[in-house]
Design a binder for this molecule. Structure first.
Ligand code: HAX
Length: 434
């Protein structure tokens, strides 16, 4: 049986050779330019890093290893992780091998629970998750190998070891965060033989008589796994990892970025906005009420959470996939119905508001369509996962697969420490005069 490690050992030499040849032949050629707006504006659109696990096309959305997301939505998270890392779907044997590997590693050590139980009752679940990851840093195999001395060629091996160890434990840790933070009882243990997504669903302790919550979890973990390399969490993980900080430090750093309301935390904000809307109008609002509420949000200087994107310019296929799931499994749910109605109304509201902004001399809203966070919360809420500050933790468990894959591949390539050049405003002023 060939393991993930065997497949990577086979593929990495060719990958290194291809990149080496590209650098030798075309190293001096330009792939991007940067203007002043981009330097002050979050480097939007600047091509300055490499990510081979996935790309995000403005008009198509997420494409993992050449496969548009909605074509691979049936894959389970362990298959997605394998695909991200190797560029191939695992066959049944390779998938089973990865699942057995997780089975061996999944037990969460007691010292993690001690730390989580010691945290203040009002700690944010994201802070608890990131703390738990950092606490496990003492087990980093990468750091041990590095301290003993290893060649650059070997870096990816202990990095993958750390990645597998962390991924195997993350559902248990994350589910434990939920149970401790919201006083649902003691953490539930991993069930050997059950897949990664269903295990997470089970360890949360949410009743699931039909098995559809486990289905949702697999879909959720699939959809959030990766979004190329430049988003805040992936980019942060990459930057921290480029200093050869081990994977526990790097993933935890990336997830701290995911905890921001303009990034992963938007899913918590989204559901709060939907529930506020429903409370104000006593249920599913009509289009006029919804429109007025949205304009009131915008005029108070707030964003409509779940709408807009730094790269996408169409409805996020991840949103479309969740909408499809909702239509199949919970069409009568009022929160889901409100989310669907919001989709009918908000793009037009944002378009109008954008035109107003332009008339007032402000930047247009570049994308008026929903992103991944606009719909997922309503589905979780339906199944009884009503504590929405927890939602970004679910996102984190999934996104760790992308960050870990990217990091292992960067270790294989021996990617250099990140160090872009910054310039001062005075430099820009002088340069523009010249
Ligand atoms: N509601 C109101 N205003 C919005 C908006 C929205 N949903 N989306 C963008 N805008 C505004 C921006 O705030 C910006 O205004 P200022 O110039 O006054 O600062 C202007 O439109 C131009 O922004 P943009 O070029 O369209 O968008 P950015 O690339 O700067 O930002 C964001 C992208 C996702 C951060 C933005 O669309 C936003 O804040 N959306 C709401 C929050 C959200 O859903 N975040 C989750 C994104 C997906 C993700 O990463 N998940 O993890």
């Amino acid at each position: 049986m060939s393991t993930l490690q065997d497949v990577l050992r086979q593929k990495i030499p060719a990958y290194r050779e291809e990149v080496g040849n590209l650098l030798k032949t075309h190293g001096g050629k330009s792939i991007s330019e940067v203007n002043v707006q981009q330097a002050y504006g979050g480097m939007r659109g600047v091509k300055g890093m490499i990510c081979d696990t996935s790309v995000v096309e403005p008009d198509k959305g997420l494409i993992i290893r050449g496969r548009p997301l909605l074509e691979i939505k049936h894959l389970w998270p362990e298959e997605i992780f394998y695909l991200l890392l190797t560029g191939e779907e695992p066959d049944a044997e390779a998938k089973a091998a990865l699942q057995q590997d997780y089975d061996k590693r999944a037990t969460v050590p007691d010292y993690v629970w001690d730390v989580l139980y010691a945290m203040p009752d009002d700690s944010h679940p994201m802070c608890m998750l990131d703390t738990a990851i950092l606490v496990m840093e003492r087990e980093s195999v990468f750091r041990k190998w590095y301290d003993k001395g290893m060649t650059k060629q070997e870096y990816w091996i202990p990095a993958l070891e750390d990645g597998l160890q962390l991924l195997a434990r993350l559902p248990g840790v994350a589910a434990g965060v939920y149970r401790i933070r919201y006083k649902k009882g003691s953490p539930v243990g991993w069930t050997p033989g059950l897949d990664w997504g269903a295990n997470y669903a089970n360890m949360l302790g949410i009743p699931d008589p039909t098995g559809s919550f486990a289905k949702l979890m697999r879909l959720y973990l699939n959809f959030h796994s990766d979004h190329e390399g430049g988003n805040v969490s992936a980019n942060t993980c990459h930057t921290v990892g480029s200093a050869l900080s081990d994977l526990y430090y790097s993933v935890s750093a990336g997830l701290n970025g995911l905890a921001g309301p303009l990034h992963g935390l938007a899913n918590q904000e989204c559901l709060a906005w939907i529930l506020e809307l429903m409370e104000k109008f006593g249920g599913v609002p009509d289009e006029k009420a919804l429109r007025d509420f949205a304009f009131a949000t915008l005029r108070s200087g707030k964003v409509i959470p779940g709408y807009g994107h730094a790269v996408l310019r169409v409805t996020d296929p991840r949103y479309a996939g969740f909408l499809e799931f909702g239509k199949e499994y919970l069409p009568e749910d009022p929160v889901f119905q409100t989310v669907s109605r919001v989709y009918d109304v908000i793009p037009k509201v944002l378009q109008e508001y954008s035109e107003e902004r332009v008339k007032a001399g402000k930047a247009p809203i570049a994308n008026c369509w929903p992103n991944v966070d606009a719909g997922s919360g309503a589905l979780l809420y339906h199944y009884g996962l009503t504590e929405f500050p927890y939602y970004t933790v679910l996102f984190s468990v999934s996104r760790s697969m992308g960050m870990i894959s990217q990091l292992v591949l960067n270790r294989a390539l021996g990617t250099a420490i990140t160090r872009p050049k910054s310039v001062s405003t005075e430099w820009v002023r002088k340069q523009m005069k010249a």
